[in-house]
Design a binder for this molecule. Sequence first.
Ligand SMILES: *Cc1c(COP(=O)(O)O)cnc(C)c1O
Length: 431
Amino acid sequence: MSAAAPRSATDPPAATRAQCEALDAADPLAPLRALFALPPGVVYLDGNSLGALPAATPARLADAVERQWGRDLIRSWNTAGWVDLPQRVGAKIARLVGADSDEVIAADATSVNLFKVLSAALRLRADRRVIVSERGNFPTDLYVAQGLADQLGKGHVLRLVEREELPAAIDESAAVVMLTQVDYRTGSRLDMQALTEAAHGAGALALWDLAHSAGAFPVELDAARADFAVGCGYKYLNGGPGAPAFLFVARRHQAAFSQPLSGWMGHAAPFAFETGYRPAEGVARYLCGTPPVLSMIALDAGLDTLLAADAHGGLPALWRKSLQLTTIFAARAQALAERHGLRCVTPMDGERRGSQVSFTLPDGDQAYAVVQALIARGVVGDFRAPDILRFGFAPIYLRHVDAWDAAGQLAAVLDSGEWRRGEFLARAAVT
Ligand SMILES: *Cc1c(COP(=O)(O)O)cnc(C)c1O
């Protein structure tokens, strides 16, 4: 059986469960699954929202708490290297996003990092007032941009357009083109290279949100000449709930400005306790306060786990496997459940999607309930308003049989009508 990546959903690499088993038996990435502590009987298709627990993380955290904190106490800032965790963790992330180690730093939440880099980008284009983005961009990105525009009080506007209208919307008035590479609802992927070129051609800067990209497929920030980027630590990087996020600043922009959250950790000499702010050299000036050490250590363990794939072909190999998994899943779910109105909204051209498959059903309440019923069967995906059933594929711990079985379970939930039960219809706070 060929291991080549399939080109479309009509060309899945396996047409039977036995073929999926054969693909798993021949999969050089298969041993990596053991690096995760997965609960038995669960097919976890939500690693794009909260990555699974790496097997090494509990011991790393126990050591950090009991030895580094409990026994060595404050000395650990130096002896355990707590103080430069943002740089060390950032350097590992840099390897996954096509950046140099001194262009990425781990800090804060994605939303906060977006505020910092968007502030810096707008200062670099002080003669312009327009931030171009997509109407369907992840809401926190839009909220942060709105808040910053209001705060600046200089008449900045957010120009929100549909995806197809982006090229026309990027004109000489644009200061920054702020985009999320992979759409969180549909999994559709933007062409980073082409849109960055379009931004630069109009004299604007390109700022990318890599929340659903980093750790999922090879990203080439430097090759695309991206200016700024932000991304998430708890999705494909498996850093744990609320893990620190990261930011990227191309080296050519690092000395130009300091960002407005000018806290002491971004000072040139934090422990000189000077009265005046002097920004640190390089990307360190994008730090603000004290790093969340325990969360950083969990993120570091997640990154070490992901980087262990380097010995098996790294992200390019993981991405090829992702294409196989998502194609098997989409094709089988579609074939079994089309008659229930299930429609795939993820592009089946591999270059145009992330590591995700999303479907819609004719009714949003039904979509929500089907996801809950599926979770009760041990297949964990999620629902995104108004009507999206979303399934993320982390190829580092998923098998081809998981993709096959999950599609079968989805069809079974629809065939049986069990999603109609009241317990599946009541919405929880976090979907
Ligand atoms: C998950 C996600 C975020 C998360 O932002 P936080 O501030 O870290 O909660 C931001 N942007 C996008 C596109 C996301 O998918």
